[in-house]
Design a protein around this ligand. Sequence first.
Ligand SMILES: [Zn+2]
Length: 129
Amino acid sequence: MEHCICGKSKSFVDCCGPFLAGTKQAKTPEQLMRSRYAAYALGGYGDYLIATWLPASAYGLTAAELSEKTMDWQRLDVVTSSQKGDHGVVEFNAYYRVSPESDDMECMHEMSEFSRINGRWLYVGARAD
Ligand SMILES: [Zn+2]
């Protein structure tokens, strides 16, 4: 079975690919979260990250810097995702390799918040807990 880079047991072209290519829009906060993880993991998708970020939250960030692969992302586990009206929360663990010389991984845990504005889901930011 093929896996998308976001961890779903679907091929990239049936999962995050169309979102990153701009041919489809995420219908749920989880779809958007997964596609944004894919954008970070692949690198080179700074424009997509900016386009799916609440403008006020993305203030000062540039597509060029967001296109850089700063972390070696290895795996994504979505813990929970929920949606109420135009608001959504996705809790996830994302694992990245600590250094190229080692297989050790560190985990980043986040509760991401999303808002639907004019019919499009946008990343608001990490919930402070
Ligand atoms: Zn995917």
